[in-house]
Design a protein around this ligand. Structure first.
Ligand code: S5P
Length: 259
């Protein structure tokens, strides 16, 4: 049972190098928190990263919503990732035929350790992204998270779609480090990580379809290995304190799950 096994033990089953290093980081930092750094400018992105860096295992970016995101921004992000020991995930959700996804991913593969992708175009999105990685130094240490399910109201991700997505993780175990999903039964093997967004202690949702749960529910019931918190941390007055609080609650929920 995946949910009863520690991250230390699960690391032994990881076939993707990025998943293995994620397990290491999570254990070293006692953190299963991913912050979605959805802020409007490069300055704010670096500022928020410095504030939350000590508390996270993954920093998730949407670099295309950041004004003046430059190569220098990427270099600074990488320095912070090294300093605070976290991985950078560009949440681009690639969803194209392989040849285009390869070209799109080549734009971010230089600085992102992880990228997200939809599975709707079929399994060849995975080797396409692997090809984009392969042109970078240490490209074989990078990984993909496939979106099997979504957190938003009315989404079209059926159980069959989620299952077919999980099968792609089995087909390409060296490249698919994890799945983005909402239910505990989707993840097909012990070495694959479950990333689950939709976490907020203050509110149940937003006005555009997002749906939230608490850390306890997301980790304990929905099966998240890593939970994503965006506005619950980046849109409050003290993001560092909020990050510390979510880190503590999420890690406690993981310990409770093991017990
Ligand atoms: O199903 C999903 C998948 C993702 S990756 N639902 C999501 O909300 N996300 C991402 O998680 C979304 O793109 C955003 O960056 C983050 C949630 O942010 P929050 O502010 O709602 O916590």
């Amino acid at each position: 049972d995946r949910l009863k096994l520690s991250f230390e033990k699960r690391k032994q089953f990881a076939k993707s190098a990025a998943a293995a290093s994620l397990f290491d980081i999570m254990v070293a930092k006692n953190s299963n928190l991913c912050v979605a750094a959805d802020v409007p400018t490069a300055e704010k992105l670096l500022e928020i990263t410095k504030l939350v860096g000590p508390y996270i295992c993954v920093l998730k970016t949407h670099h295309d919503i950041v004004d003046n995101f430059t190569d220098d921004t990427a270099v600074e992000l990488q320095k912070l990732a090294k300093k605070f020991n976290f991985l950078i995930m560009e949440d681009r959700k690639f969803a194209e035929i392989g040849s285009i996804a390869l070209k799109q991913a080549s734009k971010v593969a230089g600085w992102a350790d992880l990228v997200t992708a939809h599975s709707n175009a079929g399994p060849d999105i995975v080797p396409a992204l692997r090809s984009a990685f392969s042109t970078c130094p240490e490209g074989d240490k990078k990984g993909v998270f496939l979106v099997a399910e979504m957190s938003s109201k009315g989404n079209l991700h059926s159980p069959e779609y989620a299952k077919a997505t999980a099968n792609m993780a089995i087909l390409y175990p060296e490249v698919v480090s994890g799945l983005v999903c909402q239910s505990p039964s989707v993840v097909p093997s012990l070495g694959v990580l479950q990333l689950t967004p939709g976490v907020n202690l203050e509110t149940k949702g937003d006005s555009l379809g997002q749906q939230y749960n608490t850390p306890e529910v997301v980790v304990g019931e929905k099966g998240a290995d890593i939970a994503v918190v965006g506005r619950g941390i980046v849109s409050v007055s003290d993001p560092a304190a909020a990050a510390q609080k979510y880190q503590t609650l999420l890690w406690q929920a993981y310990l409770n799950r093991l017990a």
